[in-house]
Write a protein that binds this ligand. Structure first.
Ligand SMILES: C[S@@+](CC[C@H](N)C(=O)[O-])C[C@H]1O[C@@H](n2cnc3c(N)ncnc32)[C@H](O)[C@@H]1O
Length: 265
């Protein structure tokens, strides 16, 4: 059975995700493109970043994959008229040449790009294998996600509140993210059939969200909210916000990944 992916609030994410968009600009700069490639946007979200990728590919094509119905719907609203874009609702762990062929009419992509997504997927070894399975040899993987030490104060606040009643029975032990380091990630990428692997942790500017409540609700708590009964959604958000120092400032640490799909892997 396919693992359950979390649904996000696509329209709200589209509004509050300016920091993610800023990081994505820099990640995109690391991807060398001629402009005619086909690139997979792994965890394309609401499509704002996918649009930036599409602009770098005037003669190329983008395949966006995301496991949230609301995110894919929002992306379809903004990109649906583009004939150079295919949007696929799927768990990234389910990616395969057969799925790509069925949903987008091709079995391989040249490159894979991803921003702010991989830390939401627990099994990175399986993720890298799935991505490699749809890449041409020589294609590049250029990605960034949360890395070791990411949003430590936020994680502590969520864990503290989740351990309390009435939340504990639903999300007490729930850990929807993994913030890995460069060493273990390099090893996993090489094992999955990548070479010329370079991974590093980078610090970015602290984030001071314009609308702290919306940011916390949409960006940090989607997976928890998904598992809580509806009547606890807003109280949980308020309690997490209350456990954080105000004015809200979040310290992000990102994990950059650059790798090339090896021949014959
Ligand atoms: C923080 S958003 C990033 C969206 C976009 N890349 C951006 O930079 O704005 C994380 C995205 O990863 C997606 N995601 C998380 N786990 C996933 C999985 N297992 N399969 C597919 N998408 C997943 C979520 O649905 C969400 O849209």
């Amino acid at each position: 059975m396919a693992p359950k992916t979390t649904d996000w609030d696509g329209p709200a994410y589209d509004r509050v995700s300016t920091p993610q968009q800023e990081w994505a600009k820099k990640v995109l700069e690391r991807l060398p493109l001629e402009g005619d490639e086909t690139v997979l946007d792994a965890g394309c979200g609401s499509g704002r970043v996918t649009r930036m990728l599409l602009d770098r590919l005037p003669r190329g094509r983008v395949v966006g994959v995301d496991g949230s119905p609301s995110m894919i719907e929002t992306a379809r609203e903004s990109l649906g008229d583009e004939d150079r874009v295919s949007l696929i609702f799927s768990d990234l762990l389910e990616l395969s040449p057969a799925l790509l062929s069925r949903e987008a009419g091709l079995s391989e992509v040249d490159d894979v790009f991803s921003n702010a997504t991989f830390h939401w997927i627990c099994d990175h070894q399986a993720l890298f294998r799935a991505l490699r399975s749809v890449m041409m040899p020589g294609g590049r993987l250029v990605a960034q996600c949360g890395g070791r030490g990411n949003v430590a104060e936020w994680v502590a606040a969520i864990r503290k509140v989740a351990a309390r009643d009435p939340y504990a029975q639903h999300v007490g032990e729930f850990r929807p993210w993994n913030f890995y380091g460069p060493e273990e990630t390099t090893e996993r990428l090489e094992k999955a059939g990548f070479e010329q692997v370079h991974c590093e942790l980078v610090e970015v500017e602290p984030v001071r969200p314009e609308d702290p409540r919306a940011f916390v609700r949409v960006v940090g708590l989607s997976a928890h909210r998904d598992r809580l009964p509806e009547e606890l959604h807003e109280p949980f958000t308020d309690d997490v916000l209350g456990a954080l120092e105000q004015p809200l400032q979040l310290t992000y640490v990102r994990l950059n990944m650059d790798a090339v799909a090896a021949e014959g892997a």
